[in-house]
Write a protein that binds this ligand. Structure first.
Ligand code: TAP
Length: 489
């Protein structure tokens, strides 16, 4: 008997499930682990109405910052109690390794705690009175926040949106990716056991084309925060024009990782492997283009390829696995298609390139860590986001070449520089047109720092104080301290 998943609307787990259902698959085994409802547009509109009613009633929006912070901390505590279950569900539903899922779960809990602490910092401003006018600048919740998240970090991406949206006092409607709803449901179980008023947080399950599109178009949604592909993000922006709702977009990337000849080569190889193969490359900020200075190109490629071939690929819950499964067979096939395109384009396949079926991996969706060398800037595998464990290694000559190649992309999400010359590293990273960057590191970031992209990698910033601002309106209140006729007319 398949586990029946439920939506959470108006503080209730909804049992009268819609007719349409979707099988939820474990990507490591191909097994069906649960069955999820697929909400219709009408059901989505009803959930939006619930969120709107609770917002207008002020049951959450009118709470003090202290009261909201306390609820966020309750959620964090409940998640901490459930951390093993959160990790196991993320591994089972997404295919990532236990180590990856553990880092995500800890990050998610920390995000609730961070926004609780940020609420203790007063942001309202009172200006020095001018004549008899006293001006206050205050921040207020926007209203109903529609939160749409992808499948690659189902837990973390949900929490990166839920925590600031609730901290700001909004009512929310979360739509996880249809294929990975399990940990979002667990987070709502954790929220259900707190003092969060009913109807403030709602979870709706279903497809992007129906549920997501309805959220993006709805006149009753005041802000839509979307993480996903650039193509869908563009559509959401168009759909949002009806009521001119605020739009926050965290989109794709094709991020450059620049390795200078004076870098510590073993450190650079190590981080470059982490940069692309962590999460099986299904990470928006992956370092999917490695740029290597020609003096060390051959040595770097030799070391990188040798170590890539040693990565242990397997089920995420297996203690020896270093890289897990691809999230779905459909996505695996799309990555294999890119590998085929790369070979056709004339790139050299230096490692991997094939689906893995031996040693019991045949039922799951596993792919070898894949490395292409001898690529040119016009190739599709260099320009397009593959979103899998596939990296291209490019050669550069001078500092100026490195910057030009790094920025030769429509994306601008992330980037890194490796060099022992700190001045050069800083000079170059400042020229890289991207929002999340590193020097002699990769992937590691702080919840207090804003997260987001330049160019077609998005609009707005998540995390940090800016992440809270995405869900707040700013109002000026001008008070006449000495009311009497003004005499203008
Ligand atoms: P998408 O296909 O864009 O889907 C993301 C979410 O949008 C899913 O919940 C999806 O629903 C929904 N959606 C699909 N069509 C929609 C529509 N017409 N209207 C509203 N919502 C719609 O992305 P994905 O394949 O899940 O994730 C991979 C992409 O996300 C990559 O491009 C990656 O770079 C990007 N990503 C970016 C970041 C940041 S922070 N920049 C982080 C993670 C991922 P269903 O899937 O249920 O249909």
């Amino acid at each position: 008997m398949k586990q029946q998943l439920r939506q959470y609307i108006n503080g209730q787990w909804v049992d009268d499930a819609p007719v349409e259902k979707k099988d939820i698959i474990n990507p490591a085994t191909g097994e069906v682990i649960a069955e999820a409802p697929r909400a219709s547009a009408e059901q989505t509109e009803e959930a939006i109405r619930t969120a709107k009613e609770t917002f207008e009633a002020g049951v959450w929006a009118d709470k003090t910052r202290q009261e909201r912070a306390e609820v966020l901390l309750q959620i964090a505590d409940n998640m901490q109690d459930q951390i093993d279950a959160l990790i196991a569900l993320e591994v089972e539903n997404n295919g990532k390794t236990t180590a990856d899922a553990q880092a995500d779960a800890e990050d998610a809990i920390n995000t609730f705690r961070y926004y609780a602490s940020l609420l203790q910092t007063a942001t309202d401003q009172s200006l020095e009175p001018m004549d008899d006018m006293q001006t206050l600048i205050v921040k207020e919740p926007m209203g109903v926040a529609g939160l749409i998240v992808p499948w690659n970090f189902p837990l973390l991406m949900s929490v990166w949106k839920i925590a600031p949206a609730l901290a700001a006092g909004n009512s929310i409607l979360l739509k996880p990716a249809e294929i990975t709803p399990m940990t979002a449901i667990k987070v709502f179980e954790c929220m259900d056991q707190t003092d969060l008023p009913k109807g403030v947080a709602n979870l709706i399950l279903g497809s992007g084309s129906v549920v997501g599109q309805t959220i993006a178009e709805s006149d009753d949604v005041d802000v839509v925060s979307f993480t996903g592909s650039t193509g869908v993000g563009r559509g959401i922006m168009q759909a949002a024009t009806g009521n001119l709702k605020k739009v926050s977009l965290e989109l794709g990337g094709k991020s450059p990782n620049i390795i200078f000849a004076d870098a510590d080569i073993d450190t650079a190889v190590d981080y470059a492997l982490f940069g692309i193969f962590m999460g099986a490359g299904q990470v928006c900020s992956s370092g999917s283009r490695i740029l290597v200075q020609d003096d060390i190109y051959d040595t770097f490629v030799e070391k990188f390829v040798a170590q890539a071939k040693e990565i242990k690929v397997g089920p995420g819950d297996h203690p020896t696995s270093q890289m897990g499964a691809i999230v779905s067979e459909e996505h695996l096939n799309s990555i294999l298609e890119y590998i085929h395109i790369g070979k056709e384009e004339g790139a050299v396949l230096a490692a991997g390139g094939a689906r893995m079926t031996k040693d019991g991996l045949d039922k799951g969706f596993f792919l070898e860590p894949t490395v292409f060398t001898d690529v040119t800037s016009d190739m599709r595998i260099v320009r397009e986001e593959i979103f899998g464990p596939v990296v291209v290694i490019q050669r550069f000559h001078t500092e100026a070449d490195a910057i030009a190649i790094a920025n030769d992309t429509d994306y601008g999400l992330a980037g890194a520089v490796f060099s022992e010359d700190q001045n050069k590293a800083l000079r170059v990273i400042k020229k890289v047109r991207a929002g999340i960057t590193w020097v002699n590191s990769y992937h590691l970031t702080d919840v207090q720092a804003p997260w987001g992209g330049y160019k077609q990698s998005g609009i707005g910033r998540g995390l940090g104080p800016q992440g809270l601002d995405e869900y707040q309106e700013v109002k000026q209140i001008n008070m006449n301290l000495n009311p009497k006729p003004m005499g203008w007319f």
